[in-house]
Ligand binder design. Structure first.
Ligand SMILES: Cc1cc2nc3c(=O)[nH]c(=O)nc-3n(C[C@H](O)[C@H](O)[C@H](O)COP(=O)(O)O)c2cc1C
Length: 357
């Protein structure tokens, strides 16, 4: 038994590291949240509930609904429009007693707040009695801020704009207790996160703050066997330094995390790649696949490199960056073997496109 009384109306339960809650509404009984594997306790509470609120359709929080429906097929299922659509696709059924959550709507003493992007686009929160069911926001607390931060980094940081929007929406709301969807037992022995709500919001504000710097940053990341692509990278970096703080990184000599961090910090990204066996080297692919395609969408980029016969690696990387939604500043600059004065002149022209902006 893992129940913990949060208020006269709200009880919290642990199911592994996941949390679910029951609410005694003005007229009926509610279950809030889903878990990856429904425990006996979860099923028992679901069997006696009139309604269930799914704060997101993310499978670890919604698949347990199929078990709930076995014991309580008529239960009212509350979720956002996108949430209901996804839940029906996850359960592969239209046979749910669905109820659409609208922003600000109140039902049986529970207020719903539509807060998309945390981290799926269908996420919502619910509030009753000063108790906030925050879903994935504020999740991961393990008695220290480290667990909270880890959960944020792994799940929500990618949508920092949505996090800020949610914080804005909650401003002015009186919150006595935050009840997240996931998190370890807190030090007070309660299964619910009972760290100060204001403290949590302050931490989230700090983490989701957009990175600002006086000067813009450029990342020039390259791979080069014989030094030809390197010489292009060094030249581009030197030109860029007039208007940018530049990170010039040899992909083969830099940790993957260092490459990803430089690309993450950058306002513009230049990738220099040689071509080996009709492909770009692994380190360049690793850099490209670690790009944050949500927040970096639209970032200006340029691909360049030395090649021996067709330069397939350069073309592949250029086309993948475009498919990811990056905006190329110019066509790729390719140099046949050792870059000539003319090649460097073409590179200069392409780099000037960044400087002009
Ligand atoms: C093992 C090997 C495979 C190569 N395969 C290709 C290839 O498929 N297509 C191509 O255009 N160049 C190919 N090249 C040529 C290199 O891309 C070329 O030598 C280039 O100048 C290397 O630039 P770097 O000094 O920056 O490494 C290959 C070179 C080596 C050593």
């Amino acid at each position: 038994m893992s129940a913990d009384k949060i208020s006269s109306r709200v009880t919290a339960y642990a199911c592994g590291k996941y949390r679910f809650y029951t609410v005694s509404g003005d007229r009926s009984k509610w279950l809030v949240g889903g878990v990856p594997e429904a425990s006996e306790e979860y099923i028992r509470e679901a069997a006696g509930a009139d309604s269930i609120v799914l704060l997101t359709s993310r499978p670890e929080f919604s698949e347990s609904l199929s078990e709930v429906l076995k014991v309580n097929p008529g239960i009212r299922v509350y979720a956002s429009a996108a949430g209901l659509r996804n839940i029906k696709e996850i359960l592969n059924t239209d046979g749910i007693n669905e109820r659409l959550i609208k922003d600000g709507a109140e039902e049986d003493g529970i207020r719903f707040i539509v807060t998309p992007g945390l981290c799926w686009m269908d996420s919502v929160m619910a509030l009753t009695d000063g108790v906030l069911f925050s879903g994935e926001m504020f999740s991961g607390f393990d008695g220290s801020a480290a667990g909270l931060k880890r959960y944020y980094e792994e799940n929500l940081a990618v949508n920092s704009g949505f996090v800020r929007a949610a914080l804005g929406k909650l401003r002015g709301t009186e919150i006595k207790t935050v009840c997240p969807a996931y998190g370890l037992t807190c030090p007070q022995g309660s299964v619910c996160l009972s760290a100060e709500p204001d403290e949590l919001a302050a931490k989230y504000r700090e983490w989701s703050e957009p990175h600002r710097s006086e000067r813009k940053r450029a990342a020039v990341i390259y791979a080069s066997r014989y030094g030809y692509t390197r010489s292009m990278a060094e030249y581009a970096a030197e030109l860029l330094s007039i208007g940018f703080d530049v990170d010039l990184l040899d992909a083969r000599r830099t940790e993957r995390s260092g490459l990803a961090a430089a690309a993450e910090r950058a306002d513009v990204l230049l990738i220099g790649t040689d071509t080996v066996n009709r492909n770009a080297p692994r380190e360049i692919w690793e850099t490209v696949t670690s790009l944050d395609t949500v927040n970096k969408r639209g970032m200006r980029c340029l691909v360049f490199g030395s090649y021996g016969w067709a330069g397939e690696g350069i073309k592949l990387i250029d086309s993948v960056l475009s498919s990811m939604g990056m905006r190329r500043a110019a066509k790729p600059v390719e140099a046949l073997l050792k870059p000539s004065e003319k090649d460097l002149e073409r590179l200069k022209k392409a780099v000037e496109a960044f400087l002009k902006e």
